[in-house]
Ligand binder design. Structure first.
Ligand code: DX5
Ligand code: ZN
Length: 227
């Protein structure tokens, strides 16, 4: 069964404690926190001090997505602030530093994730997949909420699921009622939802529906998405 991770990027930042409580009441177990450094992506959000305040205001797990050029410089600070999972971008560390980055995150005692931009072929990184707790495919170019799902990434999700039957596969960007049946059928089981969750008139119903979507059901929307 898939799990929905509401992305706080779409929340009202003036009322984050209330928004996190809204996620909890709706049935979420994990919150997705988007850290942007205005360098790896052309946008800027928040860092460890904010996350440490969020940590005190919610019992939910915190899944921290580091869209940063130098994630390992700050990883320990994010862990100290309360991150339960830290996901870094392979494009930021490159093949040369990925091994050390995984070991470094592992040493912090958090869950370890590797994230991929839509134009990064994960098959070149499969060697490291046995050493991480999750992989995350960006189904939009990272930086902003509310963008349209890029269907080409589906091939990467399928190839990864075929090779790693038990690895948690997270998807992030444009994940909504239209795209969830398709991407779950492809093998994704962790669904980051910003706009689709926060702007739904009934987020609890949305979450319950999304988490009931079966990977065995052929999605009705697949015909529209496939060329
Ligand atoms: C975008 C972020 C996402 C964002 C997704 O770079 O990584 O987590 O919040 O937003 P939606 O679900 O609205 O596309
Ligand atoms: Zn994200």
């Amino acid at each position: 069964m898939p799990q929905v991770l509401p992305s706080l990027l779409s929340a009202d930042f003036a009322r984050l404690a209330d928004e996190m409580e809204r996620c909890r009441v709706a049935g979420a177990r994990t919150l997705h926190l988007d850290v942007m450094d205005a360098h790896f992506v052309p946008n800027l959000t928040f860092g460890p001090p904010v996350i440490s305040c969020l940590r005190k205001a919610t019992p939910l797990q915190l899944d921290v997505h580091l869209m940063m050029s130098d994630p390992m410089r700050y990883a320990a600070d994010f862990r100290k602030a309360g991150a339960d999972a830290i996901t870094i971008h392979v494009e930021a560390v490159g093949q040369r530093r990925v091994e050390a980055a995984i070991s470094g995150l592992r040493a912090l005692g958090c869950q370890v994730g590797l994230s991929f931009n839509p134009d990064t072929d994960p098959r070149l990184w499969f060697t490291w997949f046995d050493r991480v707790d999750l992989v995350m495919f960006m189904t939009v170019y990272p930086g902003f909420g509310g963008q349209a799902f890029i269907p080409e990434v589906r091939d990467y999700v399928r190839a990864t699921r075929a090779r790693f039957p038990r690895l948690p596969i997270q998807v992030d960007g444009g994940i909504n009622r239209e795209t969830i049946p398709t991407i779950v059928a492809d093998g994704a089981d962790r669904l980051v939802c910003g706009n689709a969750f926060f702007h739904d008139p009934d987020p609890a119903a949305f979450l319950a529906w999304a988490e009931s979507v079966s990977s065995l059901q052929p999605p009705a929307s697949s015909l529209q998405l496939l060329p």
